[in-house]
Ligand binder design. Structure first.
Ligand code: SAH
Ligand code: SF4
Ligand code: F3S
Length: 441
């Protein structure tokens, strides 16, 4: 029995690429290994969006040296965003057999064969031409009920701090027919919830089909009960999308709409393409259509030149918009980007201070929002057993994690759960039997 082990860093897009690579390996007869030591093929799918994941990937790769020495037949491969921009740095790892990038991961079977013959490096620099869109590959599903579906790759926006346009190339949307075919196949395998992925998924466009049109099409697929999409770019989020969210029951009321900053001066330096006022307007428009929508965001603190006043503008944007959840990052200079030329002049301690303050504010907002759920009955897609204790775990329609007591035969079903406790980060509850017919399968 041949086995594979994939270690994934980075965004959902990378997770989905890993699931596809695992799918290809499964088709080749490989089984999943529980640890790198047990594996015949190890793939490290890397991320370079900030120094932290980048460093983590490097140290993970470094640590495989011993394993390779003890078991030289193991094939060690590096994939993803790091080789795409700095393959030279990776070549110094002599224990690595295969290096490839984000454009050619679909060639994994062929690349593996080559790597068995000798060290192989293949990084494609150009975007894949339109007709070369990725073939349909069935993902290996960690969670049999919830699946990612990448509908758009790359990014054209060149925010000044961001490496993604350099590691993923130009924006291109996957043909709707292919998206629908992939989701149909997932539904046949028992998947109930799909997440449509794109770096700026609301800019999805294939000929005349935009994201809203795609949502209506996906909603027609039998077996799919819930549809989510991420990430939405504030400049791309249209009224048509908000209307589709309101009209399509299956589309969940959750939007990840990262503002990054609340200061117009910083937004301009970041090249985000919208003002704080425009962002707030978008959120208000969205809430007019979907009043109960859960809002999530990303923020960068300590961008070059960010003053205390700029940061306070971010705090006031957060006060104004109120979030259910958000990720706050300290600015991390990335080579190749425009901001790399700017002086990284907010001291580390100050970045961290701002991060703490912002996280605390968002935590309070989330806590308040979650508290409103107490004693309410929520619809939960049960994903499996919770990591802690003997509870089940799942998510509400608006993407909140619920750990609750209930019978294991509920796994994979959409059930009602009565919320008995709330925290800023998750909810707790009990299976609410109620009218049995209420529970959809
Ligand atoms: N396409 C998405 C985000 C992709 S990257 C968007 O435009 O919203 C995910 C998040 O990483 C970003 O939203 C940003 O908050 C953060 N990020 C990207 N580059 C960064 C950098 N150089 N330093 C700190 N955070 C960064
Ligand atoms: Fe990066 Fe900006 Fe593109 Fe998002 S929109 S991936 S932050 S360049
Ligand atoms: Fe990281 Fe690449 Fe995603 S840099 S965030 S894995 S697109």
């Amino acid at each position: 029995m041949k086995r594979f082990f994939i270690k994934t860093f980075g965004c959902q897009m990378n997770v989905n690429d890993s699931e596809k690579m695992a799918g290809m390996l499964k088709d080749l007869g490989y089984e999943k290994a529980e640890s790198p030591e047990e594996a015949d093929v190890i793939i490290v799918n890397t991320c370079s969006v900030r120094a932290k994941p980048d460093n983590k990937a490097y140290s993970f790769i470094g640590n495989l040296k011993k394993l390779k020495k003890e078991k030289p037949s193991t094939i060690i491969a590096i994939a993803g965003c790091v080789p795409q921009k700095e393959k030279e740095h990776l070549l110094r790892f002599e224990h690595v057999d295969l290096i490839f990038g984000t454009f050619n991961f679909v060639k994994l079977p062929e690349l593996l064969e080559k790597a068995k013959e000798g060290r192989t490096t293949e990084i494609l620099e150009e975007k894949i031409p339109e007709e070369d869109h990725l073939p349909l590959i069935d993902s290996y599903l960690e969670n049999p009920y919830v699946a990612y579906v990448t509908v758009q790759r790359g990014c054209n926006r060149f925010c000044t701090y961001c490496i993604v346009p350099f590691t993923r190339g130009r924006e291109r949307s996957v043909k709707p027919e292919l998206v629908l075919e992939e989701i149909k196949r997932l539904a046949e395998r028992g998947v109930k919830e799909v997440h449509l992925l794109g770096q700026n998924v609301d800019f999805y466009r294939y000929k005349n089909t935009d994201l809203a049109d795609l949502l209506y099409m996906v909603a027609e697929i039998k077996g799919i009960e819930r549809i989510r999409f991420t990430t939405s770019h504030p400049a791309g989020f249209t009224e048509k999308i908000a209307r589709a969210m309101k009209e399509i029951e299956k589309v969940c009321p959750y939007v990840h709409l990262p503002p990054q900053s609340g200061s117009n001066r910083i937004l301009k330096l970041m090249n985000r393409g919208y003002t704080r006022e425009e962002y707030i307007q978008k959120v208000e428009m969205l809430r007019e259509y979907v009043p109960d929508v859960a809002l999530s965001g990303d923020f960068i603190v300590g961008f070059p030149g960010e003053t205390v006043k700029d940061f306070e503008e971010t705090l006031s944007l957060v006060e104004r918009c109120t979030y259910d959840q958000a990720f706050v990052f300290e600015y991390s200079p990335r080579p190749l980007t425009k901001a790399y030329q700017m002086e990284d002049n907010v001291p580390k301690e100050e970045k961290n201070r701002r991060l703490q303050i912002l996280q605390e504010l968002i935590k309070k907002q989330a806590e308040k929002k979650n508290l409103k759920r107490l004693n309410k009955v929520e619809e939960v897609l049960v994903e499996g057993k919770s990591q802690w204790g003997d509870k089940l775990t799942g998510r509400t329609r608006d993407n909140k994690v619920v750990n609750f007591t209930g019978n294991e035969n509920l796994i994979g079903k959409i059930v009602k759960v009565k919320i008995t406790k709330t925290t800023p980060f998750f909810l707790e509850g009990q299976h609410h039997e109620g009218d049995k017919n209420e529970n959809r399968n």
